[in-house]
Design a protein around this ligand. Structure first.
Ligand code: IPM
Ligand code: MG
Length: 370
């Protein structure tokens, strides 16, 4: 008798062999590789406890490779990256490379080419973390910024005329499309609905000055909200006032949707009120493609190789990546472990060099609690 091996149905196959997610790991520059190493330690612990595998592929993109070979992001590598389930990134930015080359050629090119049109940046103050705001605590600081990630002043359109003369002209075009604004707005409305918190979405912009591009945003926000999300409360705040409210009344925010550059700026402020760059993480999301997760801070080159940088932002980026991949239980376990580590009193501060322990010890502490 011949035994024909029938392929197992997908659900059984997953439980029999374990789920596998293929991840491209881009440590990048400066302290990027160090924090990614700790993130992977925690992801490894989570994967063992929650029955899935991460199939990791390392890429050495970044300033060192650029200096050695002139490569920033070869087309063949970009094509490979399209085939992964997600990308786990450390940081981009090298002190010996002129500003803009790696940022535009690598980080922004990845975001654009992979059409990661959302930059999702949660601002949540965990218990046990020092907050610079007087009289504000974890119950006051818990919102999400949905930053549009492919348009606006980041489009790269513009140029010089008469460069180097007294008549030099330079332009940098704020490109807004209805399609681009609308897809970010829809994502933000859906997120607001699923968060089941205040059921309130803020549009942050500068409609009183950017009367063309932000008018497109304003109409898209109201038309989409009115037609498809009537139960969600729509609020508007100018970007300058938003900076004031982040400090004065951060509890007013639930979800914010904002164009690219303004989102870049307000999320650094958001990072500060949630405890600093040591903990702030984000995801560059293409809901139908390959997404990329990273700490929102930079490569902090002066701390490279000293084991003093806080890896919690990278660990949190890893947590967001697992949640995106459908590993919600493992994501929740990492979040609980991060909160337990922060509440243990063992980490003196989240600032580089002031943690009272090393980068790898913080990774060990969290991994041990997953
Ligand atoms: C960020 C960074 C990047 C940005 C830079 C490095 C290009 O500031 O991810 O917030 O402006 O988006
Ligand atoms: Mg930024």
């Amino acid at each position: 008798m011949t035994v024909v091996e029938e392929p197992l149905p997908a659900a059984l196959r997953d439980s029999a062999q374990g789920r596998t997610h293929s991840i491209a790991v881009l440590g990048g520059d400066g302290t990027g590789p160090e924090v990614v190493r700790e993130g992977l330690k925690v992801l490894d612990a989570a994967s063992q406890r929650h029955g899935f595998r991460l199939d990791l592929h390392d890429y050495d993109l970044g300033g060192e490779r650029y200096k050695r070979t002139g490569d920033i992001l070869p087309d063949s590598v970009l094509e490979e990256l399209r085939g992964f389930d997600a990308i786990y990134l450390g940081a981009i930015g090298h002190p010996d490379v002129a500003p803009g080359i790696l940022e535009k050629g690598l980080l922004l090119r990845l975001r654009f080419e992979l059409d990661q049109y959302i930059n999702l940046r949660p601002v949540k103050l965990y218990p046990g973390v020092d907050c610079p705001l007087k009289d504000k605590g974890p119950e006051d600081i818990d919102f999400v910024v949905v930053r549009e990630n492919t348009e606006g002043l980041y489009s790269g359109m513009g140029g010089f005329q008469y460069k180097g003369t007294p008549h030099e002209v330079s332009t940098q075009v704020h490109v807004t499309t209805r399609h681009g604004a609308e897809r970010a707005i829809r994502y933000a409305f859906d997120l607001t609905r699923n968060r089941k918190d205040m059921n309130q979405l803020h549009l942050v912009a500068k409609t009183n000055v950017l009367t063309f591009v932000h008018d497109t945003w304003w109409r898209a926000f109201n038309e989409v909200g009115e037609a498809d999300y009537p139960e969600i409360k729509r609020e508007y705040a100018h970007v300058d006032a938003t900076c004031m409210w982040f400090i004065k009344n951060p509890e007013w925010f639930d979800v914010i949707v904002v164009e690219n550059m303004m989102g870049d700026i307000i999320t650094d402020l958001g990072a500060m009120i949630q405890g600093g760059m040591g903990i702030a993480a984000g995801g560059n999301i293409n809901p139908a493609g390959v997404s990329m997760f990273e700490p929102i801070g930079g490569s902090a080159p002066k701390y490279t190789g000293q084991n003093v940088i806080c890896p919690l932002a990278s660990i949190e980026a890893g947590r967001m990546m697992l949640e995106h991949l459908g590993e919600e239980a493992a994501g929740a376990a990492i979040q609980n472990a991060v909160m337990a580590a922060l509440s243990s009193g063992k980490i003196a501060s989240l600032s580089a060099g002031k943690m009272g322990m090393g980068t790898s010890e913080v990774g060990d502490l969290v991994a041990g609690m997953v």
